[in-house]
Design a protein around this ligand. Structure first.
Ligand code: GLU
Length: 289
């Protein structure tokens, strides 16, 4: 096996202690397997992209001793690949236009919740737009047993999600015309021949959708490992929205040691090189071949 891993930050702000944990875990997993580690800038969501943030993230990673083994991939340059995948799915009849507004979906969810205790998109536009203009494009998920997607997460253990009752038909192209994260990530992982995805546990919930989409597109499913997210003092996931502080580039070793501790790896290191040797060895013991 040729191990290929990736770190896929969204350039919505500078790296913080939470995103460093995901970067470090993916980097250590690639090193522990003697594989490649590739950075992908997930700037498909242009309204959320902050100018300069991507370059800042790449510079911070380099400063912390993490260098992409190949030129970084930019989602903003991959529109043709997403369009080609979308067309393939369109030919299979698996996707359909949806005319529901956010408001209508929210209203129907409350309604549905009362009756079936489900929060999934109720499939209102599956059989037609009911005279409404098309907004988003959704992928039809299977019904019944086929809707249950299972996988074994290398950190979190066995997982299952019922796409029909827990998610519903999900958007591949958004109402604002942008490609949805789920489509972009699956097409990018497949085109880069990614074998191992290591990322934050906030994305555990997206994984079944991604596996189903891989099956629809006939591309391989990588191995998944989701590391615990870092929370702030109020128990919210660290993010720009919850006011996470940018990493201090003057103290990379302190931040790295702290990130490793979050991954249950305790090392005392006096240099960045020593830090990576010690943590890679520890990681390999737990997750290596
Ligand atoms: N861009 C996503 C994020 O920053 C990560 C996507 C992924 O690793 O699949 O949360």
């Amino acid at each position: 096996m040729t191990y290929r891993g990736r770190f896929a930050p969204s350039p919505t702000g500078p790296l913080h202690a939470g995103s460093l944990v995901s970067a470090l875990a993916s980097f250590l997993d690639a090193r522990a397997h003697g594989g490649s580690w590739i950075v992908r800038i997930e700037d498909v969501d242009t309204p959320r992209t902050v100018p300069g943030a991507a370059d800042d993230i790449l510079a911070t990673l380099a400063h912390f001793g993490m260098h992409s083994d190949e030129p970084p991939v930019w989602q903003s340059e991959r529109g043709a690949a997403y369009a080609a995948a979308f067309e393939r799915l369109q030919q299979t009849g698996l996707i359909y236009p949806c005319g529901c507004t956010r408001r209508e979906i929210a209203d129907s969810l409350i309604h549905t919740h009362a009756r079936h205790a489900t929060l999934a998109y109720p499939g209102t536009c599956r059989d037609g737009l009911h005279g409404k203009p098309a907004r988003a494009w959704r992928l039809r998920v299977p019904d019944g047993d086929a809707a249950r997607i299972g996988f074994v997460d290398r950190w979190q253990g066995p997982q299952t999600q019922d796409l029909a009752t827990e998610v519903g038909d999900f958007a591949l192209k958004r109402a604002d015309g942008l490609w949805a994260y789920q489509l972009a990530v699956v097409v990018d992982d497949a085109d880069a021949a990614i074998t191992h995805v290591v990322r934050g546990a906030d994305l555990l919930d997206s994984t079944a959708r991604q596996i189903y989409l891989q099956q629809c597109l006939g591309v391989p499913t990588p191995a998944y490992l989701h590391v615990p997210v870092v929370n702030n003092a109020s128990g919210e996931k660290l993010s720009k929205q919850t006011g996470a502080a940018p990493l201090d580039r003057n103290a990379p070793l302190d931040a790295l040691v702290e990130a490793a501790r979050h991954l249950d790896i305790d090392v005392a290191a006096h240099s960045i090189d020593a830090f990576y040797s010690a943590t890679t060895a520890e990681w390999a013991k737990r997750f290596g071949r």
